[in-house]
Every structure is written in C-alpha cells, then in structure tokens.
Design a protein around this ligand. Structure first.
Ligand code: FHN
Length: 595
C-alpha cells in the first residue's frame, strides 16, 4: 500500500482550506467572482470548438481484461473487475510507455485541427500521471519515471495548443477517500474524507503551480459520497482566484451535470458537459461541450474494435458546432504510449476537412434554422452587422436545388467555401424560402459548405406544423419560442425552469386543414414538487387551464377541447399560470386530435 506523504504542504493546505471555507458559501451566481469573470476567461474556448480528450494511465496495461474478465470502459477495470488495491498496484512496476512522445501526441491533435487538449492527470484509480509530492502513488513509482504532464505542457506550449487537465474527485485508491466500493474488503477504519480533500487540494495546487499554461481543469467523478455542489462552488472560486485564466467544467460541482445532458451551468464551473450524446438542437446562451469516444472505451481497450467512421465523426463535429457546443473527442493511448492508428487515421481526415472548411466551425455560433433536409448551419456576425451562414450540406441535392427552409432574410451573396470564386445562383419568391442552385457534384464527399451572406441577423420563420391529412397532430417538442427567443429543448420530460415571467410562453404555428372540435392533451412526466402548478393552453381565442399532475412516468393528460370555426393557420400557446416558480412540465409532445 502506498503512503500519501502529507509533508510541509499539509500545513499550507490546511491554512488554505481554512481560508477557503471563509468564502461566504453562495450557491447562486451573484457575488461569485469566478462566475462574474467567466465571459472573459472562456472566450478563447468558445471559438476553439474542437479539442482532444486523452485517457491514459495504468489501465492501458491490462487494456480492459483482468483474470479473463473483460470490461467495456478499460479505465473502469479496477472497479468492474473488483481488483483489490494491493493487486492493482502491481501495475506500477509494469508502467513503462517507452514510445510516449509528447510532441507526437500534441501534433496529432494539431493536425486534426484541434485547438486544445485535456489529459487525465489522475483518473478514478488514483494513479497520478505526474510527479506529486503529496503522493507516492504516482509516475515516480514506475520504471518510466518521467513526468508525462510536464512533457505535455511543454509540447502544448510549443505547438500553441491550449493545455487542459482532467482530475477525478473520485479515488478508488486513497485510504481517506469515501465511500469504499461496495465489493471491497478494505477497511474504512480511520478514513477521513476531509484529509482526502486536503490531499486532493494539494495535488490541484501542484498541477496549477508546477505546470506551465494550464488553461482548463476538467473535473469528473463528483457524483458520490460527501462531495457537494457547495464544495464544488468553493473549489471553483478557489481555483479561478489562484489562476485567473483558468476555465473549469461543471463537473467540479455535483448536481448540475448529473443528468449528463444538463446544460445548466454555474455557479460551479464555466461550461456544461453532456457526454456521449448529441443534442437534437442547441440552446442559445449556454456554454457546453460534448465528450465522445472513437470506439466504445475511454481508456485503451485491446478488444474494442468498434471504431466510429470518419464521416460520422465529422458530422458530429458539425452538428455540435451548429448547436452551439464544443466537441472533446477522445483517444486512449496503449501501454507503450502510442495513440491507436485507427484514431490517428480519423483525426487526420477531420484535420484535412478543417484545413479547407475551418472558417465554418472556428469562432462561429450555432443557428437554429429548424430541421433541414440537407444538413446543419453555423453563423458568424460580419462587421457590418449582417450575417454569414455556413450551410454544411451532408445530403447534396441530386437536382442541385437546395431550399433553406424558414429563412426569411434578404440574401446578398452565395458561394462555395472551398471555391470562393464559384458563385451560386438563388431565387426567393414571395411567401417562399430561398432556393439555391448548386452544381450537380458535391465538392466534399461528407460535408460541403455553402456560404450564404444575409442581410441583418437571421430571421427564422416559426415552423408551421401540418396535420398532413391525418386527424391527429403530435407537436414533438424540438423547437419553439420561449420568452421571445427560439429555444431548442434538449431533453423531454425535464421541467422547464427557464420560464422567466408569467408572460413566458411556448408557441407553435399550426395549419388546421379542417374546421371542427379538437381535443388537446399533453404527454409528460413531472416531479412531485411541480404538482399543482397552474398552466394554460390558448388556441383560437379559447383558454384551457389545468394544473400539473405529478407523474414519474410519461403519461397523456387530457387538457380539454377547442373549437376551430374555420380552417387555417392558428397559434397554439402553452404558458405558465400565475403561480411561482413559473414551472411547467416540458411535454414530450402535445397531441391535437380531431374529435
Ligand atoms: O467515469 C468516467 C469515465 O471513465 C470517463 O472518464 C468519462 C469521460 O467523460 N467520465 C466518467 C463517466 O461519466
């Protein structure tokens, strides 16, 4: 068992811990200096859009298998194979990634068009990939004995790649960490969680003080035991005060990211971290980053050959950028310290695409044009206040005609990003959306970028929902107007806490092809605490009022009947009642059925 030598740093960190707890514990954002400085600190990250995630550690040696037991996520082997600490520690003597070359790793990221990287300094197994003075369970205890984090810091600086560090709050190795794994026989006798926190702060101090240019701290594993949002807010404020250029993810906290796709940010952390998922659409005004594997494991798994293909990954990058997020794409180097060829191949192809089309990704913002046959768009505001739209065309129209649904702006210029001299014709007829006339052959086999310069900021018509000759219409919630802003609602069945006033509303334009009586029902589940909240549906001048019914499972709730006297276009509005908070179930769908 390796000792954690708490030497003079103990005294220092104890004082710091003491002063740390002096911050007025404030779970809201106001008065949180770190949160108040966020916009300045995070600006480079918002423009960067694309980074490399690196999971590397002792787990690369067994590579997903232990005594014939195979696991999916190789970095979870110690827990999944229920390996006692003493047994897992035997890996230390085998850790010798002699092929590790920091410049090579960083250049792979750079050639992929990535602007930052995040590398595991300590994952859940507790092993530190750096020379830690507060621990003997670190790189010094291995035959390799070089400081990988130090070498990567230097390589990133040389290559002008921003340097980020992953750190796991959870620690399956440290004696003072609690809780123990439920399968463990190791006694928790004498374990002191506060001592573990001093140790963790000691390592975080080392990471910020001993390595040059740390730009991101990427926390993970704060989902159990006594870690809390309160501790997360305090740690976030401490770290940003210590390094005013630092940005920190929302996993420094606890509740915020637990639903994985949560987009709520702060005041613990600067950006949210949905994982292994793509949002149906993005949401303005949030900073979020999706992290993804290239196969199925974060750490190197010798048996994991389920590699995603390059086209899928490029579409993921574009989809994420078009919905306002960043993409952290993972590699798991093997025990020799080499990034798998399959990863390098895919990354270099993405890099080749970005060399030609990077302008449509870096420094852009998402834009919600509603669902489009052809693909996804990003936008950039031009100096004159007009907007440049980048249409990423995955499905190149065979007849060369590309309709930009919902776009109502005047168009000033259309051309191919890959050949700016190749102008593209377009027509916009009264009451119709722009049609672009493209060459028959797509310039790129995966995603071709058509640039559309429009007057002013995007004017996007509400989608019009049609019954399409059916007597029932399901308004599946993927786009609506909330508080006057086009909001993409990511997750159904989560209560909307975004209502900012009783005037808030969600609205849909519906084309009723037949007059008659229509029943309205909402399909939702809802938390107990929202039960009884009033809300109303307004349609054709008729108001149906109801109160939320607590329902853990998704159910259809009949709200009432509306009379449509004449066929035509009507607006359905869903709005909160007068009670506070203005919470309302975000319905999975609204069903309108002709009686
Ligand atoms: O448990 C970890 C997992 O091993 C991996 O590090 C991912 C990457 O975001 N994070 C946790 C699972 O959410």
């Amino acid at each position: 068992m390796f000792a954690y030598r708490i030497k003079p740093v103990f005294l220092f960190s104890l004082i710091v811990i003491f002063s740390l707890t002096q911050f007025p514990v404030n779970l809201s954002a106001e008065g949180n200096e770190a949160w108040e400085s966020r916009d300045d600190r995070i600006e480079w990250w918002r423009d960067a859009k694309f980074g490399l995630f690196i999971h590397f550690g002792l787990y690369a040696i067994p590579a997903g298998e232990w005594n014939d037991k195979k696991v999916g996520w190789s970095e979870w082997l110690m827990n999944a194979a229920q390996i006692p600490v003493e047994e897992y520690e035997t890996l230390l003597d085998q850790f010798n990634p002699v092929e590790f070359d920091a410049d090579e790793w960083v250049n792979i990221a750079k050639s992929a068009g990535m602007k930052y990287l995040v590398v595991t300094t300590k994952h859940h197994d507790g092993f530190a990939l750096f020379d830690s003075k507060v621990s003997d369970y670190d790189i010094k205890a291995t035959p390799f004995n070089r400081d990988i984090i130090s070498e990567l810091a230097k390589a990133c600086k040389k290559a002008d790649i921003k340097f980020g560090l992953y750190y796991s709050i959870l620690d399956w190795h440290h004696h003072d960490y609690l809780p123990r794994r439920d399968w463990e026989s190791r006694s928790a006798e004498g374990a002191d969680y506060e001592k573990y926190l001093e140790y963790m702060k000691g390592q975080l101090d080392e990471l910020l003080e001993n390595y040059d240019g740390v730009s991101i701290l990427w926390f993970d594993g704060g989902w159990e035991g006594d870690w809390s949002q309160k501790r997360g807010v305090d740690l976030y404020r401490y770290l940003v005060e210590k390094n005013p250029d630092l940005i920190v993810n929302n996993r420094v906290g606890r509740e915020e990211w637990m639903s994985k796709s949560a987009l709520s940010v702060g005041p613990a952390g600067d950006f949210s971290t949905p994982e292994l998922m793509l949002p149906a659409q993005g949401v303005d005004g949030y900073d979020w980053e999706t992290c993804m594997t290239m196969n199925d494991s974060w750490g190197y798994n010798k048996d994991d050959h389920n590699w995603k293909l390059y086209p899928e990954m490029l579409e993921q990058l574009i989809t994420i950028a078009s919905t306002g997020g960043n993409f952290l794409l993972n590699v798991g180097p093997d025990a020799k310290g080499e990034i798998p060829e399959e990863s390098i191949d895919r990354l270099s192809k993405i890099g080749e695409w970005l060399k030609v089309n990077g302008e449509s990704i870096y420094g852009t913002k998402g834009v919600n044009l509603g669902s489009q046959e052809w693909g996804r768009a990003t936008q950039r505001v031009l100096e004159n206040g007009d907007t440049r739209l980048y249409l990423h065309v995955f499905n190149w129209p065979e007849d060369g005609k590309l309709v930009v649904e919902n776009l109502k702006n005047d168009i000033s210029n259309v051309f191919l990003l890959s050949d700016k001299d190749q102008k593209i014709g377009f027509t916009v007829f009264e009451n119709s959306f722009p049609t672009l006339y493209l060459d028959s052959k797509a310039p790129d086999s995966v995603a071709s970028v058509v640039v559309l310069d429009i007057k002013g900021r995007p004017l996007i018509a509400n989608q019009i929902f049609h019954f399409l000759n059916s007597d029932s219409l399901e308004l599946v919630l993927n786009e609506t107007i909330l508080d006057g802003k086009m909001v993409e609602l990511l997750e159904v069945n989560e209560d909307i806490e975004k209502w900012s006033s009783p005037e808030s509303s969600m609205r849909w334009n519906i084309n009723f092809e037949k007059a008659g009586e229509y029943s309205i029902s909402l399909v939702y589940s809802s938390h107990d605490w929202a039960a009884g909240e009033a809300f109303k549906v307004t349609l054709a001048g008729q108001v149906l009022e109801d109160r939320i019914k607590a329902s853990p499972e998704v159910k259809a709730f009949d709200i009432g009947t509306v009379k449509i006297a004449e066929k035509g276009l009507y607006e359905l509005e869903l709005s909160p009642g007068i009670t506070k908070p203005f919470t309302i179930p975000q319905p999975e769908k609204i069903i309108i059925s002709k009686r």
